[in-house]
Structure formats: C-alpha cells, structure tokens
Design a protein around this ligand. Structure first.
Ligand code: MLT
Length: 267
C-alpha cells in the first residue's frame, strides 16, 4: 500500500492507521488530545520511508472502548499495528503523550523500536498536583465536553509566533480536540494520570535517540527536554525555534528537517 487508511483489530477494538509511502517504517504517535492529523505534514514528506500514523484508541477514526485505557494498552495496540503491517521494527516518534507511549514500547517491546524520537515529552510520572489536575480535566471533559477542554488547553499549546504568523494552526488544533469523544479524552487523562515513572529506563537505553523541543514550549520546556537527553547515552537534542508544544504543526519544515537529519545519521 502506498497511501491510505487501514483498520487494525487490536485489544478488542479497531485502530485506524494512516499509511503513506514505501520503505523502512517510521511510526508517528500523537499526543493528547490530538489524533494522527498532528503529523499531517510529516505524513506527506520523508520519501523512502513508510510513514505510519495511527489514531490511538478513543480518538479520531479508531474505536472508542468505554474503559481499559493505559499506556501499556496503547503500546500493545501499536505492536498489533506493526504486526498487521508486517513491520518487525520501526523508528518511533512520539510527541508528549505519544512519548509516554513510546517509553512503554521501550519497556515492553524494545526489539520493535529501531530508534526513538522524543518530542516535547518527559519521562517522569505525574506529580500529586499533576494527578489532581488530571482529575479536574476529567471533570471538565465530562461536564463541558471536548469544547471546554479545547478552551482550557489552547492558550498553552502554541507559541506566540504561531498565533501571529500561522493563525490557521489554532483552528487545526481546535478541530482535532473537538472531534475527540469525551470517553477517549477521559481514558487518555486516566492513562496519563496513572502512568509510571520512565526515568529508570533511560540510563540503559542503547539505541539512537533524538530529543526535540519547541523553543517556546511552556508545557514540556526545552530545559526539561535537554535534561531528558542528558540522561540517555548518545542522545541528540535540538530545539525548534518559533514552536510551542506542537512543533510538527507549528514549524513543520524545520521539524521535518531535524528528524530527516537524525535519520540520515543513524541509517
Ligand atoms: C500532550 O500533549 O500529550 C499532553 O500535553 C501531555 C500531558 O498532558 O502530560
């Protein structure tokens, strides 16, 4: 298949997967509360790579089970996706919550990951305050729906440069959030709240790693991205100027170039 959407049966539900191009596999894992469209620009680039961007369970065109959301479940779903596409191992690029899922892949299914790109993410679990924030957001999603979650999150997601120079990006992000079912939002928030600390994994990682951070990301700051890279032997670190929490959408050209440069150095 060169281009299209497939449905893969995984853990009792259907996962929608967008696949484009031929070559070694490059798997893109979106963050919260987004879907595969976070990678809309990257899906169209990277000639010579098979680009794979699923909608995690509960979002986009994937099935929306009422319960059972966890980082382990999301990671196991991705393995079912790789199996269905006959991919033994992929370069995996995860943004924010997608990074939490990538850590779970590294913990549970290490041989399936050829290299890791950790974008605007962190290895630590939530703090007590963070967990309380998840419960508040769950309550907000249940009472006000996805629109209320969008209103709450949008002011923190994008860089000032993005709002000024690429105003269409805010609309794209709002659209992604607003089409997410409340059950999927709540499931992801519970999964993030309950995730374990992945810091103990870092010192023993022996695979190529790139850590990327939006230079104006106030959610996972560039300083925390650098600290993450410093804990992984041989990891590269780069910032994306003019981007907040969502570099692939805010600065697609630069983000794609940084990923492509990394791929060239490791393959
Ligand atoms: C994300 O973009 O996936 C979220 O900001 C992650 C989080 O809330 O921890």
């Amino acid at each position: 298949m060169i281009r299209g959407m497939r449905r893969v049966r995984a853990g009792g539900t259907d996962i929608a997967v967008h696949v484009q191009g031929e070559g070694p596999a490059l798997l893109f894992v979106h963050g919260f509360p987004f879907d595969h469209a976070l990678w809309r620009h990257q899906l169209k680039t990277f000639p010579g790579w098979r680009r794979i961007a699923p909608d995690l369970r509960g979002v986009g065109s994937s099935g929306v089970p009422t319960e059972g959301y966890s980082m382990a479940r999301y990671a196991d779903d991705l393995v079912d996706v790789l199996d269905a596409l006959d991919v033994a191992a992929a370069v995996v690029c995860g943004l924010s919550m997608g990074g939490y899922v990538l850590f779970e892949l590294l913990r549970r299914h290490l041989p399936r990951v050829r290299a890791a790109i950790l974008c605007d993410t962190r290895a630590e679990a939530d703090t007590e305050e963070g967990r309380r924030g998840r419960d508040e957001m769950i309550a907000l999603a249940r009472s006000g729906g996805a629109g209320a979650v969008a209103d709450r999150m949008l002011p923190t997601l994008l860089a000032a440069d993005t709002r000024a120079e690429r105003p269409e990006v805010e609309g794209q992000v709002r659209e992604m959030i607003e089409r997410t079912p409340v059950v999927g939002l709540v499931g992801a928030l519970q999964a993030m709240r309950d995730r374990v600390d992945s810091t103990p994994l870092l010192a023993d990682l022996r695979l190529p790693v790139l850590v990327l951070a939006g230079a104006s990301d106030g959610i996972t700051t560039p300083e925390s991205g650098l600290a993450l890279a410093e804990k992984i032997k041989g990891a590269r670190f780069a910032t994306v100027a003019g981007a907040g929490h969502l570099p692939p959408l805010e600065q697609p050209f630069v983000t794609t170039r940084l990923i492509a440069d990394f791929l060239k150095t490791v393959f």
